[in-house]
Design a protein around this ligand. Structure first.
Ligand SMILES: [Zn+2]
Length: 316
């Protein structure tokens, strides 16, 4: 598997089944799943050119974008949109500049501003960026909006959605492989039963267990799109966002200011953005350290190297 720190696929299997399936078998099943994915023409492990992180990619961006098209259409039809140029025009302008800073201005981008007090923003596969009016009103200036825009574009560059969906798929393949293994193991155990009656009880139990496992599979991989990003992904997006800000002429320190401002908010009134994006103080500090380090590097700072290389250079 790739060098990433997601939870073990065994977590989605209940305790009783885990006793039947030992770890080695789970790994075998996962490996079998991975082989199926690769045989199906999918990519597997890759090093991300922007972050430098190794990631599991079992789905293409095009496919993912198609999957997200419906969610995007739904979001836009179910919620009130605004076309007020003070909002949508501003977002398009900032989005265009940040896309250029991210060297992604040749790609098509789609923006929407929702007419709601929610302090939130999101990005969907296929370069679809959604902002809520409340988030824009919360920001003190364009630079702070650019910080959020940069963060969302950072998720795109980091291919975070694809990685998350892929990890889910791998977990499901492990469950699938596990179900088959568990089923045959349980059947084998049933053969040892003394009487016919005991044997039929055993088979019934084995079938029920297999069904329960299959239900776990019912959680489709679309769920992966709705889940919050991991802290690692959030951190990568923050720093990439600061890089895009600097390149497109915004003040990256305003990203630090924005997170500090979020941290100061009354917990009851804290922006919705924080429910999926925790630890604002810590993020403000990490951003501050990163920006300082890039500035210290002088003409070598804010380069095109991977984020991983840039962070290693900061440590050295
Ligand atoms: Zn995020």
């Amino acid at each position: 598997m790739c060098n990433h720190d997601h939870h073990e696929p065994t977590e989605i299997v209940d305790k009783e089944t885990r006793e039947i399936l030992n770890r080695r078998k789970m790994i075998q099943a996962l490996a079998a799943g991975g082989t199926v994915a690769v045989a199906g023409g999918l990519s597997g492990c890759a090093t991300n050119p922007d972050t430098g992180a190794s990631q599991l990619l079992l789905i293409g961006e095009g496919q993912l974008s198609q999957m997200a098209a419906q969610s995007w259409a739904q979001a836009k039809s179910k919620q009130k949109l605004t076309t007020d140029p003070r909002y949508l025009g501003r977002i398009k302008n900032i989005g265009g500049r940040i896309a250029k800073g991210a060297r992604r201005d040749k790609q098509a981008w789609d923006y929407a501003v929702f007419d709601s007090d929610q302090k939130n923003a999101f990005v969907l596969p296929g370069n679809r960026v959604g902002f809520y009016k409340g988030m824009m009103d919360f920001a003190d200036n364009d630079d702070q909006i650019a910080a959020i825009m940069g963060h969302e574009v950072g998720h795109v560059a980091g291919r975070h959605a694809a990685e998350r969906v892929s990890t889910n798929m791998a977990g499901q393949m492990a469950v699938m492989g596990g179900t088959i293994l568990a089923g045959s193991q349980m059947q084998k155990n049933c053969k040892k039963a003394q009487t016919r009656q005991e044997q039929s009880i055993c088979y019934r139990k084995a079938n029920r267990q297999t069904q329960l496992l299959n239900q776990a599979l019912g959680v489709g991989f679309m769920v992966g799109i709705a889940l919050p990003f991991s802290r690692k992904h959030e951190s990568q997006s923050d720093l990439l966002g600061a890089r895009y800000m600097q390149r497109s002429g915004y003040n990256p320190y305003q990203a630090v200011k924005l997170w500090e401002k979020m941290a100061e908010e009354n917990p009851r009134r804290q922006p919705e953005f924080l429910s999926t994006h925790p630890n604002p103080s810590r993020r403000a500090r990490d951003l501050h350290n990163y920006i300082k380090c890039q500035e210290r590097a002088g003409s070598q700072g804010w380069g095109d190297e991977t984020l991983k290389a840039a962070l290693n250079a900061c440590k050295a």
